[in-house]
Design a protein around this ligand. Structure first.
Ligand SMILES: NC(=O)c1ccc[n+]([C@@H]2O[C@H](COP(=O)([O-])OP(=O)(O)OC[C@H]3O[C@@H](n4cnc5c(N)ncnc54)[C@H](OP(=O)(O)O)[C@@H]3O)[C@@H](O)[C@H]2O)c1
Length: 281
């Protein structure tokens, strides 16, 4: 029950009304028996600094930061964990005596979802070059994958991402492929970090077909998720014998790391998974 000692954890973004994080994090507080609650705040661009300082002054445990504020949050933090530094974005902020500490639980989200696929390493293909693709690249390069091929509709954006990651790691690890030719080479894992597959941005039949044909049994992680079931890409991958996981798993594992950071306790994963499933209905 909410009382005088209840501690707040928050989501700040714009918009936030669609988010499943409040249902997932409040279920976690309940299951873990912790005296905390999680609220979402719609913070318009230009007000992030004020919002984070306000939460710090209120003694909040921490905050998840979502679009469009993740890069700005990076710039506001006094200390940043190494993987968030590689991504160049922060989506968890803790309010410490020493100032704002920044983390990137999107990287952990991708790592957790990848663990469900148990990829055996080798060479991975990453589609996309936006914020999520950066988190996925850091997750992949930190695991069994020592090298990565990236294909993005806008090749310049892929080259910029590859350059930033290689500069941060101090080694050459990323090859940029032509978007129209990513199907020509075999890979040991494929990760979709584009927004293709959202209801507002459906796959073209041609892109989907050549991607699925190129899998040749390799596992697939689709960062996209849709309410109530697997994505078109996940279903197509499974239909040709590739193990496939969608973005709900990324969301869950991202939330589990966030909860652990907020509370210092292990996250109750099953309760969080159930809350996500119920929230989708
Ligand atoms: N599961 C989770 O927890 C989670 C978390 C975050 C994001 N996501 C998913 O990941 C997606 C990407 O997020 P983001 O933040 O990285 O978005 P973003 O920065 O807007 O990037 C979008 C990416 O999609 C590509 N794209 C868009 N339309 C395309 C098309 N018609 N053909 C080919 N490529 C296209 C863009 O290519 P260009 O550079 O050419 O525009 C870019 O690489 C989101 O839409 C969301 O579904 C999931």
């Amino acid at each position: 029950m909410i009382g005088a000692a209840t501690r707040l954890a928050a989501l700040v973004g714009h918009p936030v009304g669609h988010s499943l994080s409040p249902a997932m994090q409040n279920a976690a507080f309940e299951a873990a028996g912790g005296d905390g609650c999680y609220l979402a705040f719609d913070v318009v661009p230009g007000r992030l600094d004020t919002a984070l300082k306000g939460l710090a002054a209120l003694g909040a445990l921490g905050a998840n930061v979502t679009l469009p504020h993740k890069e700005e949050a990076f710039g506001l933090c006094d200390w940043i964990e190494p993987s968030a530094r590689l991504v160049g974005a922060v989506n968890v902020v803790l309010f410490k005596e020493e100032g704002l500490w920044g983390y990137n639980s999107d990287v952990d989200g991708v790592r957790g979802a990848l663990a469900e696929l148990s990829p055996s390493g080798g060479r991975a293909l990453l589609l996309g070059a936006g914020g999520s693709a950066r988190a996925a690249a850091v997750a992949l390069l930190g695991r069994e994958f020592s090298s990565l091929a990236v294909a993005n509709r806008t090749a310049d954006r892929a080259r910029r991402m590859a350059g930033d990651i290689e500069a941060a790691l101090g080694r050459q690890t990323v090859t940029v492929l032509d978007w129209k030719r990513f199907h020509e080479e075999p890979f040991d894992l494929v990760v979709n970090a584009t927004s293709l597959g959202l209801a507002s941005n459906p796959w073209s039949g041609e892109d989907l077909t050549r991607l699925v044909r190129s899998l040749r049994g390799a596992p697939l992680l689709d960062l996209v998720y849709r309410r109530g079931g697997g994505t078109e890409l996940v279903e197509a991958a499974r239909s040709v014998g590739s193990p496939a996981v969608d973005g709900r798993s990324v969301l869950l594992h991202q939330g589990m790391r966030s909860f652990a950071l907020f509370t210092g306790c292990g996250a109750p994963g099953e309760a969080m998974r159930r809350a996500l499933e119920e929230g989708e209905r």
